[in-house]
Ligand binder design. Structure first.
Ligand SMILES: Nc1ncnc2c1ncn2[C@@H]1O[C@H](COP(=O)(O)OP(=O)(O)O)[C@@H](O)[C@H]1O
Ligand SMILES: [Mg+2]
Length: 359
C-alpha cells in the first residue's frame, strides 16, 4: 500500500540552525507514526513542512498522494492539523464553534450539529458546551481546538504534541479519541515527548534528534534493539550512591543511570534473576542498605537514553504526577535557550503553526 505520508531527505535551516538535517519517513495508510524526540529535535518543523506551512530548503514530500511542494492547496484540503483550522472564536460557545466549522465545510446544519455533539462528548466538553469559549480554561481550549480539527474527518491528520499540558484524565480521553479515529481509517502523524504516549498509540516510532531520524521501529523492536534487562536499585542513603554504582559495575552491561533525588540507580544487565541475587549479596557485603530493588525489561525511556544519551525530558509540571512514568524526567536536557518551560514551548509551536498557515 502506498504510504499516506512520505518525506524524503527534508532539510531546513534557520540561520545556523539545521532544524531538519535530512529527515525521511513514511506512514502507511491507516497507521500511526509517533515522532518522538526532545525539545528542539525538529518535530514541529517536520510537521510544518508536511502540512505546507513551511518550505524546506531541499527534499521531497507527498501527503495523501499529493506533492506537498507542488500542490500545497490540494494537500491542505486533505489534511487536518491541530491548531490550524481552530481559530477558536472567543465569543461563540464551544458548540457553536464546532458547528460553524462543519457548516464552513459544507455539512448540512443537521450533520454539523450531530458532529459537534459527538465531539463535545469525546472531549469532555458537553457540560461547558454552551458557554462562550472565552470562559474556557487553557486545557479546555486545547481540547476544543483539537475537536475543531476533527470536524471534517480528514483522511490524514497531524497532531503536534496534542496532549502536552492536558491533565491525566483528558490525556486519556484524547488517547481514546485518537484510537477511535485510527480504527475508522485515519492516518496519523503524531509528535510527542511522552514515551508512554508513543508506546500506546503509535504503530511505528521514529526517534528524532538534532533534525535526524536516529531510529525507527515498533516500540517492541526498539526495546529489543537495545536489549537486555535492567536492574533498578534504590539505595537508602544518598551518600552511598557512588559506592553502590561501584558495587554494580561488574554486573553492568552498559552505563548506569543515576538519579540523585530518588536515590535510584539503573543498570543494563544480562542474566536475569541470578544477577539480581548477586547484586543483593554484593550490596549487602558492603553494608549498603537498599529501599527497593528489581529487575525489569527496558522501557522506551531506556531506548531513548541509550540512543541519545539523554531522556526526552517531557517535563511539564502539570503532568508530573499523571504521567505514570517518572523516569522521563531523569536526565533533563537543557530546554530552550530562553528557558521557557516545555508546556509553553509547545504552546508556542502551536501558535507558530497557526500563524504560519498562509506561508
Ligand atoms: N522559525 C524558526 N526560526 C529559527 N529557528 C527555528 C524556527 N523554528 C524552529 N527553529 C529551530 O529549529 C530547531 C527545531 O525546532 P522544532 O522543529 O520546533 O523542534 P521540536 O518541535 O522537536 O521541539 C530548534 O533548534 C528550533 O529552535
Ligand atoms: Mg515542537
Amino acid at each position: 500500500m502506498a504510504p499516506a505520508i512520505q518525506a524524503e531527505n527534508l532539510v531546513k535551516t534557520f540561520g545556523d540552525v539545521r532544524a531538519l538535517d535530512g529527515v525521511s519517513l513514511d506512514v502507511p495508510e491507516g497507521t500511526v507514526l509517533g515522532l518522538l524526540g526532545p525539545n528542539g529535535a525538529g518535530k514541529t518543523t517536520t510537521v510544518r513542512v508536511l502540512t505546507t506551512l513551511l518550505r524546506p530548503d531541499s527534499g521531497h514530500a507527498v501527503v495523501a498522494g499529493v506533492d506537498v511542494l507542488k500542490h500545497p492547496n490540494k494537500v491542505r484540503s486533505l489534511i487536518g492539523l491541530s491548531g490550524q483550522y481552530a481559530a477558536v472564536d472567543e465569543y461563540l460557545t464551544g458548540r457553536e464553534n464546532l458547528q460553524m466549522v462543519g457548516e464552513l465545510y459544507q455539512m448540512t446544519v443537521r450533520d454539523a450539529k450531530a458532529r459537534a455533539r459527538e465531539l463535545l462528548e469525546w472531549f469532555n466538553l458537553t457540560e461547558a458546551a454552551d458557554r462562550t469559549a472565552k470562559t474556557y480554561s487553557g486545557g479546555m481550549r486545547r481540547r476544543l481546538d483539537l475537536a475543531a480539527a476533527l470536524v471534517v474527518r480528514p483522511p490524514v491528520m497531524f497532531l503536534d504534541e496534542p496532549t502536552t499540558g492536558l491533565d491525566p484524565r483528558n490525556r486519556l480521553a484524547l488517547w481514546e479519541v485518537i484510537e477511535t479515529l485510527v480504527e475508522q481509517g485515519t492516518t496519523l502523524l503524531l509528535t510527542t515527548q511522552y514515551l508512554e504516549e508513543a508506546d500506546r498509540l503509535a504503530h511505528d516510532i521514529a526517534v528524532v534528534d538534532h533534525g535526524k531520524v536516529i531510529a525507527r521501529g515498533t516500540a517492541d523492536q526498539l526495546k529489543a534493539q537495545i536489549g537486555g534487562e535492567r536492574v533498578e536499585v534504590v539505595v537508602h542513603d544518598r551518600t552511598l550512591l557512588g559506592q553502590a554504582v561501584e558495587a554494580l559495575a561488574p554486573y553492568a552491561k552498559g552505563d548506569p543511570a543515576v538519579e540523585k533525588n530518588t536515590r535510584r540507580i539503573t543498570v543494563p544487565v544480562s542474566g536475569g534473576a541470578k544477577v539480581l541475587a548477586d547484586v543483593i549479596r554484593e550490596l549487602d557485603a558492603r553494608s549498603i542498605e537498599i529501599d527497593d530493588i528489581g529487575l525489569r525489561r527496558p522501557t522506551l525511556d531506556d531506548v531513548f537514553l541509550s540512543l541519545t544519551g539523554h531522556a526526552t525530558s517531557a517535563a511539564d509540571a502539570e503532568n508530573g504526577k499523571g504521567d505514570g512514568d517518572g523516569h522521563t524526567k531523569r536526565h533533563g536536557r537543557d530546554k530552550h535557550a530562553d528557558g521557557a518551560p516545555d508546556a509553553d514551548a509547545a504552546g508556542a509551536d502551536q501558535q507558530a503553526v497557526t500563524a504560519g498557515k498562509d506561508v
